[in-house]
Ligand binder design. Structure first.
Ligand code: IMP
Ligand code: MG
Length: 179
């Protein structure tokens, strides 16, 4: 499928599945080296990161654990700037190395909020791991240790990312076609 229509918008293929998986494996390989013997806790930010988190974890060969938090700041194709915590963290993360797993970092507001919340719970360390980064849109300084793919500012869907809750099931990543 080179083009898809979701609701009122057209999208064209941008990053094929095979390339996504290659990049995910590259990040996982780095984590396998950096976090060996540390038993990291992956903290995947729902909903968007569920597919990435699953593939990332399958490429990890070191002992590791996973848990989930749910945050939301997007409505349609624009960030609302206001972040709601929908499902909070139950795990005790004290003295544990935490890796926050995100689908995409856009303005960085969501990640900043995550780091503030997690920081008060005294983890041993917090690393950021994101599938996608839009460097051109980043508004807050973030130390992003693991980035699988850098992309331009355009709106994308697929591989877990949505447009108005649709398109998460697409295996490839698609970019918005401006009409
Ligand atoms: P931020 O707080 O502006 O960095 O936005 C981060 C969140 O917005 C991500 O976790 C996504 O859920 C969502 N988001 C940002 N850009 C896109 C996009 O291009 N497509 C779909 N969702 C996006
Ligand atoms: Mg997200």
């Amino acid at each position: 499928m080179s083009e898809v229509t979701i609701k009122d918008k057209r999208f064209r293929i941008f990053i094929p599945e095979a390339e996504i998986l290659g990049r995910v494996k590259t990040v996982a390989d780095r984590m396998n080296q950096d976090l060996a013997g540390k038993n990291p806790l992956l903290l995947a930010v729902l909903n968007g990161s569920f597919m990435f988190a699953a593939d990332l974890m399958r490429y990890l060969t070191i002992p590791c654990e996973i848990s989930f938090v749910k945050l939301a700041s997007y409505q349609g194709i624009a960030s609302t700037g206001e972040i709601k915590e929908v499902i909070g963290l139950n795990e005790d993360i004290t003295d544990r190395p935490v890796v926050v797993v995100e689908d995409i970092i856009d303005t960085g507001a969501t990640m900043k909020r995550m780091l503030e919340t997690l920081g008060t719970r005294r983890p041993a360390s917090i690393d950021i791991c994101t599938l996608l980064l839009k460097p051109g849109k980043l508004k807050v300084p973030l130390d992003i240790k693991y980035t699988a793919i850098e992309i331009p500012n355009d709106f994308i869907v697929g591989y877990g990312l949505d447009y108005d809750q649709q398109g998460r099931n697409l295996r490839d990543i698609y970019t918005l076609v401006e009409e």
